[in-house]
Design a protein around this ligand. Structure first.
Ligand SMILES: CC(C)(COP(=O)(O)OP(=O)(O)OC[C@H]1O[C@@H](n2cnc3c(N)ncnc32)[C@H](O)[C@@H]1OP(=O)(O)O)[C@@H](O)C(=O)NCCC(=O)NCCS
Length: 177
């Protein structure tokens, strides 16, 4: 990570428009997101509000001039109580800054946060053609635990979803309920 970059906690007010731009670029140019249409600023505001409500982090890397170069977040894996120690995360790097280790830095920060938050499993649901993301997860110790064949359809093709998992040593004393 370049020394002039700062780690920031993203808010809709400060980074919302840049998060929208990064998401929408990925939606329109790749299968990283299984959306067909660009999101609206209102949808991003709702996304930020849901993260705040769930006390989920949105961690960014920003240059000194306020340019958001990368961000990542996690949230609920499946919305049933017994999944309470599992999170599903995502990482996005603005196109101009890819391949410089920023995705690695964001994912590392998310792992550290998940440990501090006492989670036990992190799941990345990745389009199986997304070589950069698969490689990023493998490098940080995630295991490919399964692939769901042909569960998506975008750009005229069936898409396979690869599930990558990192199991953490936290929490020390998990409890029901
Ligand atoms: C996937 C993504 C987050 C990776 O972030 P990045 O900053 O470009 O990647 P990094 O520079 O941190 O590299 C991480 C690892 O992936 C590898 N990698 C990076 N780009 C790659 C590519 N295009 N093809 C293959 N491997 C690649 C790197 O070599 C590195 O592995 P190593 O440490 O073993 O050498 C980024 O490319 C991105 O935002 N893509 C679009 C959105 C997306 O796909 N998000 C993930 C959704 S699940």
């Amino acid at each position: 990570m370049e020394p002039e970059l700062s780690v920031v906690r993203c808010s809709f007010e400060c980074q919302g428009a840049q998060v929208l731009e990064i998401f929408n670029h990925a939606i329109l140019t790749s299968t990283a997101l299984y959306d067909y249409s660009p999101r609206s600023l209102e949808q991003i505001e709702t996304w930020f509000a849901a993260k705040a409500q769930g006390e989920w982090p949105i961690i960014g890397l920003e240059s000194s001039d306020g340019r958001l170069q990368a961000f990542g977040s996690y949230g609920s894996f499946r919305n049933f109580p017994a999944y309470k120690y599992t999170v599903e995360h995502s990482v996005y790097v603005a196109e101009a800054f890819r391949g410089k280790g920023l995705g690695h830095s964001i994912l590392q920060l998310l792992i550290e946060q998940a440990q501090r938050d006492d989670y036990h499993a992190m799941i990345g649901a990745i389009d199986s053609n997304n070589e950069a993301s698969c490689r990023l997860h493998e490098t940080l110790g995630f295991e490919l635990v399964g692939t769901l064949p042909q569960v998506g359809f975008k750009f005229g093709n069936w898409l396979d979803l690869a599930l990558y998992q990192l199991t953490l040593s936290t929490p020390i004393s998990p409890v029901d309920g």
